[in-house]
Write a protein that binds this ligand. Sequence first.
Ligand SMILES: Cc1cc2nc3c(=O)[nH]c(=O)nc-3n(C[C@H](O)[C@H](O)[C@H](O)COP(=O)(O)OP(=O)(O)OC[C@H]3O[C@@H](n4cnc5c(N)ncnc54)[C@H](O)[C@@H]3O)c2cc1C
Length: 396
Amino acid sequence: MNNASQIYDIVVIGGGPAGLTAAIALAGTGARVALLARRTPYTDNRTTALLGASVDLLERLDVWPRCRDKAAALRTMRLVDDTGRLIRSPEVRFSSQEIGLEQFGYNIDNRSLIASLEERAAELPNLTRHDDEAAAIAPGDAEVTVRTGQGVVLTARLAVGADGRQSPSRTAAGIEIVRRDLHQSALTFNIAHSHPHNNISTEFHTPHGPCVLVPLPGNRCSVVWVQATKEAERLMALSDDELSDATEKQSHSILGRIRIEPGRNLFPLTIESPKEFASHRVALVGESAHVLPPIGAQGLNMGLRDAADIADIAGTAMSQGEDPGAPQVLARYQSARRADVASRTIAIDIANRSLLNDFLAVQSLRAAGMHLLSSFGPLRRLAMREGLAPTWKRVS
Ligand SMILES: Cc1cc2nc3c(=O)[nH]c(=O)nc-3n(C[C@H](O)[C@H](O)[C@H](O)COP(=O)(O)OP(=O)(O)OC[C@H]3O[C@@H](n4cnc5c(N)ncnc54)[C@H](O)[C@@H]3O)c2cc1C
């Protein structure tokens, strides 16, 4: 080993919320972990609705106590048909009390969540952060070698690719993805409002996508407004007063007077699925492994389950003297993640398509499904539990 070369058990590439969580969870197994992630200020105003199991994981990793005061509890979720179509669905209300929970989860701004993850990561003695990026990733038979932008060489038996949608580690492992452009974009911003939200998250279903208002602490909410891309761009260009009025109109004034806060972002929506979740000593977590439209708050919740699973599987393998990057260990990760990610991707795709579809037959089916959900308790409770985490993975 020369001065510029360092050996670890596992290198995590990417310091978004999925990568930071994976690095902390992996370090918790006792592995020597390198986190290769540039320290850059978080630039968008997005928030994340963290569902039950994600909060439990962050609690176990000693992250949640650092940021829970920045989060608002989500106790009720309302789905409102605002399509104005001939066949409309009834309103559906999911209440956490109905399944014996105080809340489904919490909504928190990503900036606070990431700050707490970074703070925790910095405390772990067997987690070394390299404030840099991966310039070259070379998976080999016995190890994977990562060269940083500054020329440091990191060698490990497993690389965790948490490097987002463009994922250089996915390319290095030769994993192909299937990508579909939805021709929709999500406009995100935060609002202050005059009426209390009462911890109710409301999703208005319009013919072009959902507009969701998710509680934040105080009389504030985050808004994710999905529209056809041209319309989303038009909304993005409105003045603050105009966008405040448009949001109040879209939300039927349920929150009273609305004032938008500074900062808005536009995200083009796609669905992306890799053909494999791991290969050639690289395991994918977070958006390198799945990109979904923001419906049902599943994206990062799945990313956190990726992180928990890779830590569990690689940690167990190492404790039994196995190589964490060996094909049979990667195969375990693949089978742990495949069903969860595939089932959610299909469900969200169908939900989105049924909203956009103009066919009367599809609208009738959608309305019938929503009617069943609204009137049939056992089905509603099953949907709530399944929405929180896959039933086969839940530890009660
Ligand atoms: C509008 C919107 C709303 C959403 N709301 C929710 C929600 O309510 N609940 C939910 O669960 N999910 C939600 N999501 C999804 C969630 O935001 C994403 O799943 C999550 O941000 C992805 O995190 P990540 O760590 O995988 O990726 P990223 O945050 O993209 O992080 C990837 C990191 O890798 C780094 N990187 C890239 N290349 C390299 C390299 N060569 N070397 C080193 N580092 C590199 C990047 O700089 C970046 O920091 C939403 C998404 C959108 C678009």
